[in-house]
Design a protein around this ligand. Sequence first.
Ligand SMILES: Nc1ncnc2c1ncn2[C@@H]1O[C@H](COP(=O)(O)OP(=O)(O)OP(=O)(O)O)[C@@H](O)[C@H]1O
Ligand SMILES: [Mg+2]
Length: 511
Amino acid sequence: MAFGKRPAGQVNQAPVNNTPGLAHMPTPEPQARPHNPAPEARQAVPADISASAKADISGAQTASASALIAAMSKPEQYVEPVKSHSDEYYRTKETIYNTLLDTIDLGQLAQVDAVEARQEIREIITEIITIKNVVMSLTEQEIILEDICNDVLGFGPLEPLLARDDIADIMVNGANTTYIEVDGKIQRTNIRFRDNAELMNICQRIVSQVGRRVDESSPVCDARLMDGSRVNVIAPPLAIDGPTLTIRKFKKDKLRLDDLVKFGSISPAGSRLLSILGHSRCNILISGGTGSGKTTLLNCLTAFIDPSERVITCEDSAELQLQQPHVVRLETRPPNIEGSGEVTMRDLVKNCLRMRPERIIVGEVRGPEAFDLLQAMNTGHDGSMGTLHANSPREALSRVESMITMGGFSLPQRTIREMIVGSIDVIVQASRLRDGSRRIINITEVMGLEGDTIILQDIVTYEVKGEDADGKLIGEHRGTGIGRPRFWERARYFNLEAALGQALDELEGHV
Ligand SMILES: Nc1ncnc2c1ncn2[C@@H]1O[C@H](COP(=O)(O)OP(=O)(O)OP(=O)(O)O)[C@@H](O)[C@H]1O
Ligand SMILES: [Mg+2]
């Protein structure tokens, strides 16, 4: 191991919270950093937004904490219904569509090049419209032409949504209801399928591309579109109101840390701190709710991995796009229709260890693989990273603990906690706020064990200050006055001490 982990059980600060379990230190006393100016009296910052954290927030912190809690507790979904096509439109489309099916041989069409096939279909439909004397404007004709071409050649009404790069998620709840997420907000669209049978057909077409099947007998299916988008289908009878399709669109131009700074997801100094964590091979856990930007953040952090390192990624559905030359990508496999052949995340992470990895990146930790990842982090694979679903850094560690316990490892609680503090250096907490923006709300260090209690220490927190006229939240990333985080020595080892000192000073507002 290039840079040994600290032994468990040593802490350099006493916990402010004596409750058993995982203690958080929202506003620890600043430690002096000799060559840096002493931090001024800091504004109180909320540690996190979980229920337990709310209980921890002391009186001095209440103002800012309650602002953040209020901001986070409002419903995140803003539904903007939009006008759908008229029933008349669907009747006309059905007539044209049925005549088209009588006219062409779909089997033959599949042999033809897609552009040619589309052109041929357009010509036939135009003819049908003339023969049947359908009255419509040129614009309406164009819409119906595209619509039918998409039905015959692609994923039907989904095509226009799939073509847009600004959409993050497509959520189809039965034939008549489709929502999309744009700019962090959920909107209802005018997309409708002829009926549930058509929607089911499209779901089937999507999953069959990756050799899977979805029907009444196996109504749940994960798949991937050819462009890399992540797909989940759940069909009746499990989905009561019709086939339900969820697509996390694959972004061709993945966001980089600079983009996150531009969006205000992290401040410039905060982003430098993240880059130092990445460079200096800290073991990082990225925590956050669904769609909070965890995978994006993980992808950004992998940019700081040295090109000479051998990196192995393990994912359920390959989403990460590492730019380094020496990357091995692994993907889990669900069981086949007979229930065999499954390869779990744990299988992958265990196998990884036999592949001479220098860093292991786990797309999402959700089960017993947590144990293997921690072991890897603790045994010479410094700089490993993973994401998990949790609402605060403290909750992230509780989840790791329960994943290990539920994975059947009969280890005493203290041993598990020793493993956790001996392996995870930093937790980065992501969140989607009520204005739809995604932000890093905590960068938190795992300090060590005090008795049976894991001590956490925030280094950066996000403080909501208000709201502008458009309802956009105004806030600020602030340092908590930690002069010398635990990873200081690590940064020094990688020659990044000065950069770290400067980033911390800037976060304190001293620069
Ligand atoms: N900081 C950000 N600013 C704006 N958009 C973002 C930001 N981070 C992520 N996104 C966008 O939000 C969407 C969801 O991001 P991502 O897949 O990283 O979330 P996630 O937390 O991994 O979701 P899941 O829990 O479903 O795995 C993507 O379309 C991504 O491009
Ligand atoms: Mg993700």
